[in-house]
Design a protein around this ligand. Sequence first.
Ligand code: ZN
Length: 269
Amino acid sequence: MESEFDVFDWLLIQPPYRAFNLGSEIKRAVKAILVCSSTYDAFCPRCGKMSTFKGLLSPTTEDQLLNEKFASKGFGVVPDFWGHTKFSKTIQCTRALHEIDFYFHVDDQTLYKVGQYPSQLEIAKGNFEHYLYVLDKLHLECLNKGLELATYGTGIGSYIYVRKVFEYLIELIHLKAKELPGWDEQKFLTSRFLDKTLMLHEHLPGYLKTNSKILQILGKSLQDLEEEQCLECFNDLKHSVFIMIEEMVLEKKINEAMSPETTKNSSTN
Ligand SMILES: [Zn+2]
């Protein structure tokens, strides 16, 4: 039976130390994680490629499930089997049996993921290899550092790294835009960063253009940045960067496929 909890979101997507206050649902959530045997596609750092992961049941959990079953049959009442305060969960790559371990704490009806191995960053990093189509190595490293700092709840630091990547993308867009008729290069060069970004609005994802939070923070100087605001904007800015890179990768691949060289090569093969 599928769990009503999104177990793989807790395992693979959510950063460590985020608090999930589950109230009276806490024991059902602990059980859902421990008994989860469903599958999920994610990057396997050991395989170096995407794989399907499956939740494993530990021998202790299997015993608990059996005991719970017998107890409910015998006494008609299900005793408390899932009141853990610390527990771990393992998922396994079905391609080559590589494992990822996750560690959880429960504190007063609140669930915390307190650790995992391999790290969340190693798993997330894998999806960015194709970003080298657009980014140079330095900016790919900036993106990774920003994501890493965000998993530790570091607001300003994570924002600055991802903003560097954003500025790099804006410059790539600018280089193309300045070739278009009617472009005011002098105005661009003398504008502040937010105004430069707004001048390129036609080439930006709609998600970014309508996000007042991002536009507000892009207008701030380094000295005016606040930890909380940076943390609050981080996911939105990160998603804008992802969308921009994905669009540029796609455009580059299409241009490569359509180039006369490629057409010539494929017709002679
Ligand atoms: Zn693997």
